[in-house]
Design a protein around this ligand. Structure first.
Ligand SMILES: Nc1nc2c(ncn2[C@@H]2O[C@H](COP(=O)(O)OP(=O)(O)OP(=O)(O)O)[C@@H](O)[C@H]2O)c(=O)[nH]1
Ligand SMILES: [Mg+2]
Length: 252
């Protein structure tokens, strides 16, 4: 079984992309299941095969520990790791080729407290990869692109597994996505764009971060994807296969 984690800022499109990827793998002849790791989610665009909400109930936590919604979200996030044995057993009972794992909307709770990285590192799977979603709506200017790249690098550090960078909601930036891809793949273009920044501190900081990420070998060549029109899914799945199966691609 290979594990594919979907991560990204709140609302970046993790759940919708999860709902597309699951059936996509099945259509291509692999078995896949969808795992929801978000204890706080109310409605999902898919029916999960494995659901953390069967183990953690936010409303019960609020009542039991007299917590407000934020306190309950933090506690529920910390509890995810304690449920790993049950989640693992459920996933293994399906014996799928791929487990597509949708992570909580509150990236900072999942990634920066101990629980999320524990689950990512300790889930037992043949191969693991994280898809990090760059929300097209958030990276339409160069300084923002750098700042989300920094977040992606930070998530790479926290999870400790290979990462694929996706420009999500590509259909929402019909004209702008090519520009974003150009910045993400060409440092000269990126720096030229950053130079237009009026705030000199923002300019210097983003230029320095972009340069450090490049020096560290952290490349974030973005794959533009739309979970509405399905554009980019073929490229994304090829990239997943390259990482997980060492180049042996899912039949197209
Ligand atoms: N146009 C368009 N809208 C999208 C796309 N992907 C997601 N959306 C919309 O963006 C909103 C958020 O999508 P979700 O899939 O719930 O995002 P998420 O990252 O799971 O959100 P949280 O779990 O709440 O952080 C929804 O209204 C989706 O319909 C896309 O590719 N194109
Ligand atoms: Mg979601």
């Amino acid at each position: 079984m290979h594990a594919i984690f979907l991560a990204g800022t709140a609302g970046s499109g993790k759940s919708l992309l999860t709902s597309i990827l699951g059936p996509w793998f099945v259509e291509k002849g692999s078995s896949s299941i969808i795992v929801n790791l978000d204890p706080g989610v109310i409605s999902l665009p898919y029916t999960p095969d494995v659901d953390i909400r069967n183990y953690i109930n936010i409303e019960e936590l609020m009542e039991q520990y007299q917590l407000g919604p934020n306190g309950a979200l933090i506690l529920s996030s910390d509890m995810i790791a304690t449920k790993l044995p049950e989640i693992q057993e459920e996933i293994d009972s399906f014996d799928p080729d791929y487990a597509i794992i949708d992570t909580p909307g509150q990236l900072e709770l999942f990634a920066y407290r101990e629980s999320g990285p524990f689950v990512v590192k300790n889930l037992s799977a043949e191969g693991k990869v994280a898809i990090f979603l760059f929300d097209a709506a958030l990276v339409s200017n160069a300084a923002n692109l750098v700042s989300i790249s920094l977040l992606a690098a930070s998530i790479r550090l926290r999870f400790g597994i290979p990462q694929i960078a996706v420009l999500s909601k590509r259909d929402l930036v019909e004209k702008g996505w090519k520009k974003i891809l150009k910045w993400s793949s060409n440092r000269v273009e990126l720096e030229a764009e950053l130079q237009k920044e009026k705030d000199s501190e923002v300019y210097l900081l983003s230029k320095g971060i972009a340069s450090s990420l490049a020096k560290a070998g952290f490349s974030h060549e973005l794959i533009p994807v739309s979970a509405v029109t399905n554009e980019g899914i073929v490229e994304l799945s090829a990239s997943i296969s390259r990482i997980l199966r060492g180049g042996e691609e899912v039949e197209d």
